[in-house]
Design a protein around this ligand. Structure first.
Ligand code: RFL
Ligand code: PHB
Length: 397
């Protein structure tokens, strides 16, 4: 068996794993990233698109912001649409911050390139990853490399950045963890369309027929989502039905509708809120979707992954520089404070904007009152805006 050694073994090359490896490198700490998919699959997967101000700043400050600067679309506001009217939330005016629309897979491409040009070790197409010795001083990972050879990776610490379906969380004895979970009675059908965005800003729409979201990826590509039933078969949604539904939900009294074009990609995503506590077991630290999932309505998943690994990188830097493990000891508690606030915000956006089947109309009236309040009260608008542009990254409790 081949043996390799590093300081931090990282499972998963998503936003959490790649950003962690990049931040650690900046602090002079070595890592090896193990990823089960191919580089191409990682770089092609269509997911998130909204970067908080803090996420975009971190990419820029650490030297991976050049393309983001050129191709990212800065947005100073978002719109909420209901009862046939659109209402703008001016985030820049309310908070002094903005968001940037830049696809998750583009962030991943930039990070992969940066890691490779700095001589980083990213191993794609590994299989059979198992974690060992987590409660000892000498944790290690066993896996098969892309050629099918068994490898043992010895490290000081392991970062479980392998997403919701990864192996890391499941390597912790269940009695050590508490799971908090909430599912929602709907899912999102998302499409990428070859159509120039007909609005400059994102539009979150509450409608009798269900939620819809207008977003974009570039001056040529629109990204759209619509609420559908959970477990819905995509075969029930031919392109014409998707456009018909999107237009019915987005149409406002001023006649605005999204511009249409060929659908390049479509998929269905289930919605859940999920948190596991604590985010640490011995020498294993969980980060990103491995530890928590938010419904996508707040555009928070990727940003939360980046916030976690920023805290972890500061804690590991402190440990390797001074020998103190204070920030490492506090890692879970520090992250969870922010995680729960982001859970609250994502849940709140989701419950304000989606249609809940059944009921006696009370819920619908409550939602409309909430939307009315949020688009007319400066205090309520500021609450939305400061969460949407991103709560501060902090290592203090
Ligand atoms: P990821 O991205 O899932 O990466 C985990 C990586 O680990 C690999 N892996 C393994 N590798 C080795 N061995 C194993 N046993 C492994 N098991 C898994 C996987 O192949 C993968 O490459 O987790 P990470 O890094 O925590 O990042 C989380 C984000 O990807 C996620 O939260 C966001 O995409 C969520 N999300 C959004 N977040 C935002 O911040 N803004 C948005 O606008 C936004 N929109 C979205 C979203 C997610 C969506 N879907 C599809 C769930 C919109 C959608 C539709
Ligand atoms: C996206 O552009 O993919 C997107 C934007 C906002 C969200 C979720 C997804 O809340």
């Amino acid at each position: 068996m081949r043996r390799i050694r590093t300081q931090v073994g990282i499972i998963g090359a998503g936003p959490a794993g790649l950003m962690l490896s990049h931040l650690l490198h900046q602090s002079g700490i070595e890592s090896v990233v193990l990823e089960s998919r191919s580089r191409q699959r990682v770089e092609e997967r269509v997911r998130a698109g909204v970067l908080e101000q803090g996420t975009a700043d971190l990419l820029r400050q650490t030297g991976v912001g050049a393309r983001l600067e050129r191709e990212g679309l800065p947005h100073d506001g978002i719109e909420l649409s209901f009862s046939g009217h659109r209402h703008r939330i001016d985030m820049a005016e309310l908070t002094g911050k903005r968001i940037t629309v830049y696809a998750q897979q583009e962030v991943l491409k930039d990070l992969i390139q940066a890691r490779f040009s700095a001589g980083g070790q990213l191993l794609f197409e590994v299989a059979g990853v198992t974690l060992h010795g987590l409660s000892s001083e000498n944790p290690f990972v066993l896996f098969l490399d892309a050629a099918g050879m068994q490898v043992r990776l010895d490290c000081d610490y392991i970062a479980g950045c392998d997403g919701f379906h990864g192996v890391s969380r499941g390597s912790i004895p269940p009695k050590e963890l508490t799971v908090y979970e909430q599912t929602y009675p709907f899912a999102w059908l998302g499409i990428l369309a070859q159509a120039p965005p007909s609005s400059e800003e994102l539009i979150y729409t509450h409608h009798q027929r269900g939620f819809a979201l207008f977003s974009m990826r570039s001056p040529q590509i629109t990204r759209l989502y619509l609420q559908c039933a959970p477990g819905e078969d995509i075969a029930n949604w031919p392109d014409e039905r998707i456009w018909e539904e999107l237009i019915a939900r987005f149409k406002t009294h001023d006649g605005w509708t999204p511009a249409q074009g060929p659908i390049l990609q479509k998929g269905i995503t289930d919605m859940r809120s999920f948190v596991v506590e604590p985010m640490r077991y011995g020498r294993l630290f969980l980060a990103g979707d491995a530890a928590h999932i938010v419904p996508p309505t707040g555009a928070k998943g990727m940003n939360l992954a980046v916030a976690d690994v920023w805290v972890l990188s500061r804690a590991l830097e402190e440990f390797y520089r001074s020998g103190f493990a204070t920030l490492l000891q506090q890692y879970s508690e520090t992250c969870l404070r922010r995680v729960w606030k982001v859970q609250r915000f994502s849940w709140w956006m989701t419950s304000m904007l989606h249609r809940f089947e059944g009921g006696n109309g009370f819920e619908e009236k409550r939602q409309l009152a909430e939307l009315d309040y949020v688009t007319t009260s400066r205090a309520a608008m500021t609450m939305l805006a400061e969460n949407y542009v991103g709560l501060p990254f902090t290592t203090t409790l």
